[in-house]
Ligand binder design. Structure first.
Ligand SMILES: *[C@@H]1O[C@H](CO)[C@@H](O)[C@H](O)[C@H]1NC(C)=O
Length: 276
């Protein structure tokens, strides 16, 4: 694996590193770019994306989800490459009626194909405080974490034919939209527009990544630690104590796992499902 471009690390400013992509007047920036809000009303949702693309990195986003009755809404934080046959690494937060739990949906797409969903409930209320949702993406694996602890790993098993996002730089995206045809209890509970506008808050981010430069498409990675940047993420894997936590979360909070869905894969589960 060859590395591309300098490492960048910073405590993020939304103004500097992102721009709105749709529902522009529903994207609010506050506190000089330290806080961003997305709003959804009857007419539109909203979204933003990073100005840069990255090929591998660790992406931390602080999010406070839509409070109270969020049924029908979906809040997202994900990475995606360009084009039809794209790669994507997803966090999606499916809202619920007041008092019922959000569902955290995760997925990995490679070469345009997803079908690797795992869904979780949470052990805290994600609407009262900011929590950090992280995607660590390196050549070895993808790790989904919440507040610094892993809930899912997706290993690179390219050598046995499992598609893995390895070559396409990705942007960071986030959005809030109406998906009441499927999001909550399979689409049975609709968005209650009387409660609009719905607001999700993004309270900060941290990107420690290899930034992609279109102009050079260089295959050299400049290892730069001059600013005290940390690059542990490059080789990061779930260690044994983290694995215990991850297994606990998967045992108690996982509500869907493609790897156990025999109805969906009658000819046999995807090959990675039989490997630890
Ligand atoms: C909403 O709450 C119901 C009842 O607890 C639960 O079955 C469902 O999985 C929750 N999440 C979504 C997104 O429907």
């Amino acid at each position: 694996m060859l590395w591309v471009l300098p490492l960048v690390a910073y405590a993020g400013n939304f103004k500097k590193n992102f721009h709105s992509t749709w529902g522009h007047d529903r994207v609010g920036m506050f506190d000089d770019g330290k806080l961003l809000t997305l709003t959804l009303d009857k007419y539109s949702g909203s979204g933003f994306e990073s100005k840069s693309r990255y090929l591998f990195g660790k992406f931390d986003m602080k999010i406070k989800l839509v409070p109270r009755n969020s049924a029908g809404t979906v809040t997202t934080f994900f990475l995606a490459s360009n084009g039809a046959v794209h790669d994507e690494i997803d966090f999606e937060f499916l809202g619920n009626v007041t008092g019922e739990p959000y569902t955290i949906h995760t997925n990995v797409f490679s070469q345009g194909k997803g079908n690797r969903e795992q869904q979780f409930k949470l052990w805290f209320d994600p609407t009262t405080d900011f929590h950090t949702y992280s995607i660590t993406w390196n050549p070895h694996n993808i790790i989904f974490s919440i507040d610094g602890l892993p809930i899912r790993e997706f290993k690179n098993r390219g050598s046995i034919g499992v598609p893995y996002p390895i070559s396409k730089p990705m942007k960071i995206y986030a959005s809030l939209w109406n998906a009441d045809d499927w999001a909550t209890m399979g689409g049975r509970v609709k968005t209650n527009w009387k409660e609009a506008p719905f607001v999700a808050s993004y309270g900060g981010f941290r990107i420690t990544a290899c930034k992609w430069a279109r102009s050079t498409k260089s295959t050299n990675c400049i290892e730069s630690n001059t600013n005290g940047e940390k690059d542990e993420w490059k080789n990061q894997q779930v260690n044994s104590s983290e694995k215990k936590w991850m297994k606990m979360v998967q045992r108690h909070y996982m509500v869907y796992n493609y790897c156990t869905d025999l109805n969906r894969f009658p000819k046999g589960l995807p090959v990675e499902c039989n490997l630890s």
